[in-house]
Design a binder for this molecule. Sequence first.
Ligand SMILES: O=P(O)(O)OC[C@H]1O[C@H](O)[C@H](O)[C@@H](O)[C@@H]1O
Length: 466
Amino acid sequence: MDIQFGTEGWRGQIADTFTTGNLRLVCQAIADELHAKQVQESGVVVGYDTRFLSDVFARECAQVLAANSIPVYLFDSVTPTPLLSFAVRHLGAAGGLMITASHNPAVWNGVKWKGPHAGPANEEEIAQIAARLGKTAAKSIPFDSAKRLGMIELINLDQPYFDQLLRFLSPTLDRELRLHVVVDAMHGAAGAYFSRALEALGCQVTQVRSDPDPTFGGVNPEPIPKNLGVLMEKVLEVGADLGLATDGDGDRLGAVDAQGNYVSPQILFALLTLHLLRDRKWSGSVVKTFSTTWLIDRIADLYEVQMHEVPIGFKHICGLMQAEDVLIGGEESGGIGIPLHMPERDGIFSGMLLIEHLLLSGQQLSDAIDQLMFLAGYHAYDRIDLPLAQAKKESLFRSLVQQPITFAGDQIEEVQTLDGVKYKLSDGRWILFRASGTEPLLRIYAEARESEDVSRLIAAAKRLVD
Ligand SMILES: O=P(O)(O)OC[C@H]1O[C@H](O)[C@H](O)[C@@H](O)[C@@H]1O
């Protein structure tokens, strides 16, 4: 048994550590935890994405849970993760289990575990589940018997989810503007949902990579520039106003403007924050993770709202959302959540709010970005991912914290270690070194006012770790 819970849930390479046997053990540990908390009768929602055998793995989970006398609500087809989270709260279930490895390459699969609040389970809950692993032999009941006994129910919650998505939008939207949007599901779970949601906003939608494909066409389903060539080309080809992409399980958002330029989630998060505070006049604090842009700090300052910074992983944002009045929380990786909707990332809802921003302001995406930067300051940003062997990890981070004085010719003003190691440099520039919690990768993030500075910092970081 080699089961490690990371930034969110458990992930492994299929047929290596992600096996049916290990999956059953994870489900049994979840079942034991629910029994210990005496919430088993509320049941568990089970969903799955478009990955290899995800539907089969989801049925395995349903069989283990049902054998433990836990009612199962199993989605009748591929589901984006935000819909699963929504379902947990809608049905009053004790939790939600999603078969997905989110943005990871095609050979991976995994389990995300959601709490009754409709967001990622917190670290303590995950630790309790992890501590139960392997303590009880996994039970299982044949699928058809469990269905006949009423322990497994097939569900479809498309309509209530769409009703919820539309509930919070401005009543004064001019849907006649008919923005032309290319929607790129990256062969993952969100395509049909995203298109339907945008059509409800009056958008003309062109879809790419909307067919489910467990190989993701050979490209990782992570909406970062190197994976979005198809979207960029299509936006230019059809003369669309913008392109929007979701990751493999639909909780992250990426975008492309009318000129085919990539628009990072850093900018999307800042735009949505500005939109909610300035245009919608909503209130509440803002939460960002350690790798997120300074634009958020500036907007929070401008609108005099509190800003919190937490380690990477939406579970940390979600924790704050449950504890206080948070308006919006977001991450560099593209996960943005608005607790009025739910304390969870939703790429579809984030995309709808972006469209709402453009419809209300009558701006093209690139104009909205220019205005954002004029207000909140100029920003350039990049991230690279390098392979990171477990054996090298410790020594690398040990050497990074040893009080260096300069980096790439810049004075190091502060070393921060909230998650990984961040050097704060002159003129607000920063560079962050961090081991991914979902893949064997070293992530290097950098932000500056000019893109030349970002490239200089990233090049120096590469030299340092080579
Ligand atoms: O640890 P990393 O690989 O950088 O992953 C970062 C991301 O992992 C998962 O997808 C979490 O759900 C996200 O909240 C987090 O942003």
